[in-house]
Ligand binder design. Sequence first.
Ligand code: HMH
Length: 207
Amino acid sequence: MTITCKLLLENHAQDWQEATVHPFLEQCQLGIIKPQQFNTWLMQDYLFVVEFTRMVGRVLASAPPEHFDVILGGLAALKDELNWFQEKATQRQLNLNIKKQPTCREYCEYMQSLADKPYPVQATAFWAIELAYNQGWQLPGKMPTPYNEFAQRWGNTDFTKYVKLLSQQADEVLETAQEDIQKQAEESFLIVAKFEHNFWQMAFHTA
Ligand code: HMH
């Protein structure tokens, strides 16, 4: 039997729920998140996205040429996203020249370690990382200013379509992957789910 993105979500519904439903997001939606907590998330996520961009560059390097369009589209969006993070930080008078918290550092190290994994594993992790933000920012429903801008960035319908394309690319290569590689893809999905949960939690560990 072949694992698919859909089956991963069905078989690990609890882990995925914990990755995508969190008090941080609920408090953004209610407009009661403390600015300092929001800023902690924002700064750590900028540092994450820098490393994530490098990871996607390595995914491209492992991918078959038929997958380049979608991945290059993702990289173009990430370039825009990094500039946008810098604008948000400037508006909020935040210094992005800070240290990573342990969860952010460990997540970034994990993304680096994916370089040594077969492409189906990388494609699965890539999809899961993007889906976590797509669903996480979408599920709470309409957010008040200033959080609606953040919810829109990852919750918008074009981003949902992009994540769907990532799942199709992952499914396509999982279908012909050996069983131990499918197993590694499943492990990577669960590791991403755990890191995503811990990442939201970091907002509440203010320095
Ligand atoms: C922690 N996961 C984290 N940050 C992000 N920006 C994304 C996923 C999606 O891009």
